[in-house]
Ligand binder design. Structure first.
Ligand code: DAH
Length: 334
């Protein structure tokens, strides 16, 4: 019997112990009723008295030492547990997120149009060339179709495109619905272009389409005027400027009197006094025909605006790229 050997083994074992359950097993193995210390005592039971005495003392000593290392370890566990869980410690506050400013503005716009009787629908972001171009009276060879020209289109390998405009959903819904049709189509659009403070490859638009028997430019003007005043929560003056879009005839661009300088001319309106806010017009008969509706019986008005730009105006954001920056300091302000 080698008492030193047993001591060494016990010390090595206890050092490796990390959990209470193993510590308990250790106690049983050495100090328990059927443990190693007891075994030692029974081994010396029949030895001559002198030998029994000296060995007995040594075993007693070993027993004390093992008990000591056991208690030390037990205490260290108790301390650790105490340090780990402090029930009086205040709970960590959960950080609340917020809706992205574009989402907030999009919902605000949707509410305004819904109050005017428009339904909110969506179209696919991956679109066929037919719906994105042909159906909208943009024939092949038109500069708006050219990836490197004005249209700035992302073409996919299978010939589809990432829609460049929410107008692409117009004919989809004309084919599905019977007039009167009164819908808005908010969503993401894509343009292949260099980004800067006012251009992004990916931004949001909101499209409007109203088809009925007697739709006219005065309806268009009234709807847009009402919308802009509700959105900016103030009196707004607008003007319709003749423009060109293949899918509308006549086409207009809608400007609003600059809300920063009230028309006097400032940096925000590039000294013109007016801010261009959206494109619109009376739907071209070819487009209505492509939607399976008789252009002799029905007329339509359509408009399309960016959601990003009014958001920037509303919150005085000077760089469109911030919207996709995932910059929490920026996002936390909304
Ligand atoms: N789709 C046009 C654009 O992306 C905006 C637009 C102009 C939409 C006139 C219309 C419209 O519905 O009638 O620039």
């Amino acid at each position: 019997m080698d008492i030193e050997e047993i001591k060494k083994e016990a010390i090595e074992k206890i050092e490796k112990i990390k959990e209470n359950i193993d510590l308990d097993l250790f106690r049983k193995e050495y100090l328990g009723k059927k443990g190693k210390i007891r075994d030692l005592f029974s081994l010396i039971k029949d030895l001559p008295i002198e030998e029994k005495k000296t060995l007995g003392q040594k075993i007693n000593q070993l027993s004390l030492e093992i008990e000591e290392i056991f208690l030390l370890k037990e205490n260290s566990f108790k301390k650790e547990i105490k340090e780990e869980i402090d029930f009086s410690f205040p709970a960590k506050a959960t950080e609340l997120g917020s809706l992205h400013p574009i989402t907030q503005v999009r919902r605000e716009m949707e509410n305004i149009f819904q109050m005017m009787g428009f339904s909110v629908v969506e179209g696919p972001e991956i679109e066929t060339q037919w719906y994105n171009f042909d159906a909208l009276n943009i024939p092949e060879g038109h500069p708006a179709r050219d990836a490197l020209s004005l249209g700035k289109t992302f073409y996919l390998k299978n010939g589809n495109v990432l829609r460049t405009q929410t107008s692409s959903a117009q004919v989809r819904y004309m084919q599905k619905m019977k007039p009167p049709i009164k819908i808005i189509i908010p969503g993401k659009v894509y343009r292949y272009e260099t980004t800067d403070a006012s251009h992004e490859t990916n931004f949001f638009q909101l499209e409007g389409l109203y088809i009925d028997k007697n739709v006219s430019v005065s309806h268009l003007k009234a709807i847009l005027h009402k919308f802009l005043e509700s959105f900016f929560k103030r009196k707004i003056e607008i003007r319709l400027r003749p423009s060109y879009f293949p899918f509308t005839e006549p086409s207009v661009e809608v400007d609003m009197l600059c809300t920063v300088c009230n028309g006097k001319g400032c940096a925000a309106c590039k000294k013109t006094g007016w801010v261009e806010i959206l494109g619109a017009g009376i739907v071209h008969p070819n487009v209505i025909k492509n939607g399976g509706i008789d252009p002799k019986k029905y007329k339509g008005l359509a408009f399309g605006l960016s959601i990003d730009r009014p958001t920037m105006m509303k919150y005085k954001i000077n760089d469109i790229r911030l919207f996709h920056s995932a910059n929490l300091n920026f996002l936390k302000q909304f």
